[in-house]
Design a protein around this ligand. Structure first.
Ligand code: CDP
Ligand code: MG
Length: 702
């Protein structure tokens, strides 16, 4: 799950945003007649909010057709749902009437594509049906993959509850760094990445009777690789059942890829959703979300709200703003429960979104696109969709990966809207214009395999003995340059020999469930005799978010607190220092001395020599591609500006920022990557130190 939130938008996105800004200021400046229909509601609302705080939605709603009308089956309220026993709830799911047909189809076909509206019961019910039908006899397992960690955990918990067993016994989950399964586990939910790794220890997945590749429409890198591998093993494991489950998207393509496997369609049970667009683009979508939530809360009948934002920081900011405004409005408005959901949220907090809303109150769930199809929250009637998502993009020429907030696809927007029509007729408020929907959004999202670094996957495939990657059975092949670059990088890291074969080092690297550069760094630490420290650094780097909390209203405070942890050498050593602070005093007898810093930095260099930048006019330039990059303002080296840097990652916000940087000596590069760097490219143009750009030198500071 990607959680970096760019401060501003750039590139393609920037143009979109600029466009919005222009129009927004024009239309907000002008006084307009408001349409009759909205007038009354808005007057009510104005008692609470100023006029300029309101969002003007187009009142002629476009309705997304539901497949049945409201009177066919009255919507169940949360309270009623709770009252029913779990088994009754199971029987009320759209998939239930098709249970026997589905089992018959699975019996008949080895590979089956299953299509069904989000929330119809695919993920929670199908594994249970299979278990009831005897597919776990003799201790055989049913595996179900999820692209997201949160989904794997929460769905496993739900199924364990439905079956009345303890999570981790018969029903368990396995995600990177956390294995909640046991000998008894027969229903195993796991991330797609974890199943990929299982191929290393069990290449034919012999312990599984059924593999469900769920959320197939997400087309994550790992899911795409699984498609190829599983299609291959299904040829010689005729007893293995393969189910490819997907929301109502793209299913023909899956069928086609799996040699025309039949598609089993679970008829939807969706209520109509009215879609509203803004009349003019919104300049600040976060603010627009907050205002829309309050607008709905004050003017609309009962029903919970779901807001789609792009990442943790944005979600936290939105929740804070909402809570603050609610406090200010006090008893003038009904209770509003504000609940965030994103990948790194602690699981007890995650579970809260499923709690029923108390009578008289309203719940607003502020989510990443995890709530698009992976998780279903009952009771949602209103959806607010700003139309953005965070996406990885990859430059195959420079090998640079960045996370960018971009407009989501029309397919995503429609999935989001669909969330409003699960329990009753709903409304979706799109914080963009109908024109933007038509002309500025892509039809579908580009599969991850076409916009990401493939180092990890190539290493894994090589260790599975798949040498000819060009002819691997990809559903959509990655760009040729991306494959070639991955091979080159693995060669430079010493994981492959010049024949493209896995080396001993490469095999060891593949065993670590981390990116090749990180595993190289960890393995290199052995040679520099600092494995313990480097492991700590690796762990700290693997935390998705900054470990430093920086709330908007306490920026100065937060920055000062962070400064207290600064040690020379760079951010990796700061992370180590932070980790060691509340450590066990006994372990700190060998407190790190400055002399012990270089080996750690050298170990990092051994893994990340690709990420070297050299100080140049106005910023830094990457050594190989001469791309201009900058030290992130939150870095401990922001003011120091050392001549040679290695960065952990690049994030593209207002500029290309290097996050987590260390200072190195250029000579180390020749030592750790003699086949990659030539001493000529590392020559300094002047022998003198360059003048420091910003801030004061350490001497000046005393
Ligand atoms: O996979 P699909 O989207 O088809 O549906 P599902 O995830 O199996 O969800 C079926 C039902 O289980 C929905 O009504 C969910 O609200 C409910 N569920 C839940 O209450 N708690 C969870 N952690 C997961 C699902
Ligand atoms: Mg599902």
């Amino acid at each position: 799950e990607l959680e970096e939130t760019p401060m501003e938008l750039g590139g393609e996105q920037g143009r979109w945003e600029e466009e919005r800004l222009k129009t927004a200021s024009l239309s907000f400046g002008a006084k307009k007649e408001r349409e009759q229909g909205m007038k009354q509601e808005q007057e009510k609302y104005q008692l609470i909010l100023e006029e300029d705080e309101m969002i003007d939605f187009v009142t002629t709603a476009i309705t997304m057709k539901g497949t049945r009308s409201e009177k066919d089956a009255p919507a169940l309220s949360q309270a009623e749902l709770k009252k029913q026993s779990m088994q009754e709830v199971r029987r009320s799911l759209p998939i239930f009437p098709y249970r026997d047909d589905l089992l018959a189809a699975i019996h008949e076909h080895q590979i089956l594509v299953i299509e069904g509206e989000t929330g119809s019961g695919k993920t929670t019910q199908i594994p249970q049906y299979l278990l009831e039908d005897g597919y776990t006899k003799g201790g055989m397992k049913i595996g179900c993959t999820q692209p997201r960690r949160v989904a794997a955990m929460s769905v496993a918990a739900r199924v364990a509850e439905e079956m009345g067993v303890k999570l981790g016994n018969e029903v368990g989950y396995s995600i990177r760094f956390e294995d909640c399964t046991s000998e008894r586990t027969v229903l195993k939910y796991m991330t797609d990445g974890m199943l990929l790794r299982e191929f290393l220890t069990e290449p034919d997945l012999a312990s599984y009777s059924v593999i469900i590749i769920d959320e197939a429409h997400e087309r994550t890198l790992h899911t795409d690789i699984l498609f190829g591998l599983i299609k291959d093993i299904a040829r010689f494991r005729s007893d293995l059942k393969v189910l490819v489950a997907s929301a109502t998207l793209d299913t023909e393509r899956f069928s086609c890829f799996f040699d025309d496997a039949p598609v089993f369609r679970i008829p939807g049970r969706r209520f109509p959703v009215d879609i509203f667009y803004t009349k003019a683009p919104e300049a600040d979508y976060l603010e627009a979300c907050v205002v829309s939530v309050l607008q709905i809360h004050v003017t609309q009948p009962t029903g919970d709200i779901l807001v789609f934002l792009t990442g943790q920081e944005e979600i936290e900011a939105c929740c804070e703003l909402l809570q603050e405004r609610c406090r200010r409005l006090g008893s003038k408005i009904a209770e509003l429960l504000v609940l965030p959901i994103y990948a790194n949220l602690p699981s007890d907090m995650q579970a809260k979104i499923f709690n029923p809303t108390p009578p008289g109150a309203r719940k607003v769930v502020v989510a990443t696109n995890i709530a698009e199809t992976s998780l279903t929250i009952d009771g949602i009637i209103y959806v607010i969709d700003p139309g953005f998502c965070k996406q990885k993009s990859y430059n195959a020429r420079t090998g640079m990966e960045s996370l960018i907030v971009t407009p989501c696809s029309r397919a995503s927007a429609n999935q989001r809207a669909g969330r409003a029509g699960r329990v009753a007729a709903g409304k979706c408020f799109r914080l963009y214009t109908a024109w933007a929907y038509k002309h500025e959004m892509e039809e579908t999202t580009v599969p991850e395999i076409q916009r990401t670094n493939l180092g990890n996957v190539v290493l894994l495939l090589k260790s599975l003995g798949i040498n000819d990657l060009i002819h691997f059975d990809f559903m959509d092949p990655p760009p040729h340059e991306t494959l070639v670059l991955a091979l080159e990088q693995l060669y430079a890291l010493g994981a492959l020999n010049h024949m493209g074969e896995l080396t001993k080092l490469g095999r060891r690297m593949a065993e670590l469930p981390v990116d090749p550069m990180l595993s190289k760094m960890i393995l290199a630490s052995e040679q520099y005799k600092c494995s313990e420290e480097v492991l700590t650094i690796a762990a700290m780097l693997s935390v998705n978010n900054s470990i430093f909390y920086r709330p908007k209203d306490k920026v100065v405070h937060a920055d000062n607190a962070r400064m207290n942890f600064v040690v020379p050498g760079g951010d990796h050593l700061v992370l180590l220092n932070v980790y060691n602070q509340p450590g066990i005093p006994a372990l700190l007898t060998h407190l790190p001395s400055t002399a012990s810093y270089p080996p750690r930095l050298q170990a990092v260099t051994a893994g990340y020599f690709y990420h070297t930048a050299r100080l140049s006019k106005g910023g830094y330039k990457t050594v190989k591609h001469q791309q201009t990059v900058y030290v992130h303002p939150n870095s401990s080296l922001f003011e120091e500006q050392p001549r040679w840097l290695i960065y952990h990652e690049l994030v593209f916000t207002t500029k290309e920022f290097m996050r987590q940087v260390i200072e190195i000596e250029s000579g180390w590069l020749l030592e750790v990557a003699p086949h990659y760097y030539k001493s000529k490219e590392l020559e300094d143009s002047s022998s003198k130190k360059m003048p420091r750009k910003q801030g004061k030198t350490k001497e000046e500071l005393g």
